[in-house]
Write a protein that binds this ligand. Structure first.
Ligand code: PGA
Length: 249
């Protein structure tokens, strides 16, 4: 079975619909020959409709509400996301966990609702620097997985993004050894849930053109979730090209 390789750009709270449309167009035009890598754009909700994609390009929302509709001022349902043509939803990003106080139970409800709707969750996990310094990395990650995926029987249609919190937006990516160790650990935890399906595990946290060649070759890395470098056409395109080159042969 050929494993898929994924590059997902998490634009966070950046780009108006017009700016996002332009950015996605420029990236699509620059990546015409790409066929070994799936490219996912994740604009703010307001930009989803403006971006036109067809495989290997896809769209993701950065968040969702788990209820179908109702009195939830300021929230967006999965059906609304779907109606904008998105196929994926980022769930449990560390900024949602930290700033918006989302716990594993809330994230679990979102993962279940996204899976239920037929969209693909990009389920984010990762330890803080304090967790790592206290030797708690594996414990935190296995708890995030088991609680976040509670009630999930099949891992078909799920993507995981391992993003150590200390590496996000800091310019200091985890090193190859750390990433290899945790991706292997994640796959072992996943085997207890569903042995049949392989779950792609992306790495995220300060991925740049300069470290992309090394990091895409780390065993167990199925792609990247990229913040800062996804906002710049040249950086994002250069990382995608490195991935294509390393995965097409
Ligand atoms: P970064 O962000 O690439 O800017 O470190 C990654 C993320 O938050 O998904």
């Amino acid at each position: 079975m050929k494993k898929i390789t994924i590059i997902a750009g998490n634009w966070k709270m950046n780009k108006t619909p017009k700016e996002g449309k332009l950015l996605s167009k420029e990236i699509v035009n620059s990546l015409k020959g790409v066929n070994s890598v799936q490219v996912i754009f994740s604009p703010p909700f307001t930009g989803l409709n403006e971006i036109k994609t067809s495989a290997p390009f896809f769209k993701a929302a950065q968040n969702c509400h788990y209820e179908k509709s109702g009195p939830f001022t300021g929230e967006i349902s999965i059906d609304m996301i779907k109606s904008c043509g998105a196929t994926h939803v980022i769930v449990g990003h560390s900024e949602r966990r930290k700033i918006f106080k989302e716990d594993n139970q809330t994230i679990n409800r979102k993962v279940l609702a996204v899976k239920d709707s037929g969209l693909i969750p990009i389920f984010c996990i990762g330890e803080t620097l304090e967790d790592r310094n206290n030797g708690l990395t594996e414990k935190i990650i296995s708890t995030q997985i088991t609680e976040g995926l509670d009630g999930v029987d099949s891992l078909d249609g799920l993507i995981i993004a391992y993003e150590p919190v200390w590496a996000i937006g800091t310019g200091v990516a985890a090193n190859a050894g750390q990433i290899k160790e945790i991706h292997k650990f994640i796959q072992n935890v996943l085997k207890n849930i569903d042995k049949k399906h392989y779950t792609p595990v992306l790495y995220g946290g300060s991925v740049k053109p300069g470290n992309s060649q090394e990091l895409i070759n780390v065993p167990g890395v199925d792609g990247f979730l990229i913040g800062g470098a996804s906002l710049d056409v040249d950086s994002f395109v250069s990382i995608a090209n490195v991935m294509e080159k390393n995965r097409s042969n």
